[in-house]
Design a protein around this ligand. Structure first.
Ligand code: NDP
Length: 325
């Protein structure tokens, strides 16, 4: 089977190339899937490159997401021919993932392909889109009372899907981007306001600023998240999803204490099955498929080394869909 294999040289440096790999080398698991599509997330960029502390053993096949057809199954929940999706569970990090014609995983980690989505569309969503849905569900569970809703890292994967979902749900969306050339793209997804990244780049000077945002999906973290906390409306929530701008949080606790602002942590990797189904079902119901199509950048396994480096530089727009079959 063809796979993108990452190998580590004696000098400790990694290199990724498309090569033939024996099926017998697949990890243990109870379901073998013929992979049709995979995708590219920020984490995949790390795993294609240096490993970013995520990959334990080499040679390694990255790909934290895949969708395809069950080929063999030792688990009664799945039978040959079933369409399935996998995101998270550290597949593509600590064990081989979706950048190969076949993948073998535990049945517990799979979800059935949601009605209304193709395997290609499911990978246009991928971990990034699934996480955007989890973030919006978390905001809704806290009560989304007022607009606008802010989305940071908006032209990226999580951000693009979050903008499209929030707009489809009828919210007024403000999109933060460092790429002014993506304004038309973001307005096409449903953003009604573009906020230049530079407007939120400075570190916190005043712990409370004018109340602006009724909610926020934050893919950036760092100084930007700290600034945003001080701009949230009374009682509003921020879903902390990512760290594209850094893992630090140079903030004060004042917005929590004086404005009852909530900071909600979002993890897509270890989400329990029921919540996964809830998110995938809603994605299939809500996400406008024409908007999803507009986010797609098609790719093959051969494109991944270059794209992996690009996503780490914040240079990928929307969602890369990797055609494996
Ligand atoms: P992308 O690279 O597609 O998007 C990130 C976006 O953030 C970029 O497109 C860019 O948007 C913006 N950005 C990049 N660098 C900076 C910077 N230095 N300062 C401010 N903004 C910046 O990645 P994903 O959308 O796949 O992932 C986004 C983040 O979410 C990552 O940190 C990722 O690790 C995390 N993540 C977390 C998950 C979880 O389970 N919690 C699951 C999935 C992702 P623009 O050009 O529009 O400014």
């Amino acid at each position: 089977m063809r796979a993108l294999l990452v190998e580590k040289g004696e000098d400790g440096k990694t290199s990724a190339s498309v090569t033939e790999v024996a099926e017998a080398d697949l990890p243990e698991g109870d379901v073998t899937v013929a992979v049709e599509y995979s995708t590219l997330n920020y984490k995949d960029g790390l795993c294609i490159g240096s490993g970013g502390g995520l990959v334990r053993n080499y040679p390694h096949v990255p790909g934290i997401d895949f969708a395809g057809t069950v080929e063999t199954s030792d688990d009664e929940r799945y039978k040959p021919g079933d369409k399935v999706v996998l995101t998270g569970w550290r597949v593509g990090e600590v064990q081989w993932g979706g950048y190969a014609e076949k993948a073998r995983v535990r049945a517990d980690w799979l979800v059935p392909l949601p009605d209304g989505l193709t395997t290609r569309q499911a990978m246009a969503v991928g971990t990034a889109g699934f996480t955007a849905m989890l973030a919006i569900q978390a905001l809704e569970d806290q009560g989304l009372k007022a607009d606008p809703i802010l989305v940071t890292g908006a032209a990226g994967g999580v951000g693009s899907v979050a903008v499209a979902l929030l707009a489809a749900l009828g919210h007024e969306v403000a999109a933060v981007t460092g790429r002014p050339e993506q304004e038309e793209y973001l307005r096409g997804l449903g953003a009604s306001r573009i906020v230049p990244r530079a407007d939120l780049a400075e570190t916190v000077k005043r712990p409370l600023e004018t109340e602006e945002w009724g909610g926020c999906v934050d893919a950036v973290g760092g100084a930007m998240l700290a600034r945003i906390l001080g701009q949230m409306r009374y009682g509003a929530s921020v879903a902390a999803v990512g760290l594209a701008g850094g893992p630090g949080l140079p903030a004060t606790v004042i917005p929590f204490l004086l404005r009852g602002v909530n900071l909600l942590g979002i993890d897509s990797v270890m989400q329990p099955y029921e919540n996964r189904l809830r998110a995938w079902t809603r994605l299939a119901e809500i996400l406008p498929m024409d908007k999803l199509e507009a986010m797609i950048q098609p790719a093959t396994l051969d494109d991944l080394p270059e794209l992996g480096a690009a996503i780490l530089q914040g240079q990928v727009k929307g969602r890369v869909v990797v055609d494996i079959a």
